[in-house]
Structures are given as C-alpha cells and as structure tokens.
Design a protein around this ligand. Structure first.
Ligand code: RB5
Length: 148
C-alpha cells in the first residue's frame, strides 16, 4: 500500500499519479488534499507519513508546488527519510543508498510523465544495504538526539 499526499500545488500531480498506479495495479491510500483549494502541506505530510511509520503503508509519495515544503515537513516525522526528486538518477539512488521511504515532487516542477517514471523507479528499487545501512543508522542517531 502506497500513501499519497499533496497540497493544492501538488493536487493535480497526485491525481495523475493515482491514474498511473491504477494502471500498474498498485494499491494506494490517498490522504488528501481532495480539491484544488489552497491548503497547508504540513498536516498532510504528517498524516501521510504517519501511515508509513505505523506500518499501514510501505512508502509515501508526496507532492506540493516545489516538493520542498512537503519534504521538509515529512522529514520531521520520526522514521521518515523523504527525498525531493525531479530526476531519474536521484529517485533511483535515494532508494539504493538512502533507503528513502518518501518520494516528494513538485507539481510546478515536473510534468506528469516524468513524475510517474520517478514513482515507478522509486517503488521498484531495493535498498543496497551494506555501508549505506551504517549511514542510515547515523541519520537515525541524529533523530534520537545523539551526537555523532
Ligand atoms: C504553495 O503555494 C506552495 O508554497 C507549496 O505548494 C510548496 O511549494 C511549498 O514548498
């Protein structure tokens, strides 16, 4: 199950991503927003990402105007590693090296075609582990207030 969330700046992109996931037969849960009306992204990022942290969903895909604000909010949720991507290489390597569990994109930055390709590679690339796990553990340590 993939968690989807967007503010008004990412609403249309989220709707396009839903069509793509429907075609691929990928299940998702939409945490809003559900209209193009202006809405703040922080609460949407939080509730979407909470579903990943609590195990209801495997990964999150989040959209706002730039992808940046919603990624900043997502990264404040403990256990979330959100990556704001607008290119194929980053979307692939943030899975391989960062074990990112949230992909963030800007509805005013990327077109629907590219965004769906980024979602596809993000959802279908496994974390490499190894030396990268150590680095993920260090990120978690920072999250837990440890001094590295
Ligand atoms: C909303 O206008 C816009 O600021 C928001 O979608 C996002 O781009 C913030 O980072």
């Amino acid at each position: 199950m993939i968690a989807l969330g967007a503010d008004h700046g990412g609403y249309l992109l989220k709707e396009e991503i839903k069509k793509f996931l429907d075609e691929k037969g990928v299940e998702y849960k939409d945490f809003g927003t559900f209209t193009p009306e202006s809405v703040d992204y922080a609460a949407i990022a939080q509730r979407t990402c909470m579903s990943v942290v609590n195990g209801e969903c495997e990964k999150a895909v989040l959209c706002c105007g730039t992808g940046i604000g919603i990624s900043m909010a997502a990264n404040k949720v403990k256990g979330i590693r959100a990556a704001c991507c607008s290119d194929y290489f980053s979307a692939k390597y943030t899975r391989l090296h960062n074990d990112a569990n949230a992909l963030c994109m800007g509805g005013r930055v990327v077109g629907a075609g590219l965004a769906c390709e980024l979602v596809d590679i993000f959802l279908n690339t496994e974390f490499e582990g190894g030396r990268h796990q150590r680095r993920i553990d260090q990120i978690s340590a920072i999250e837990n207030g440890e001094i590295l």
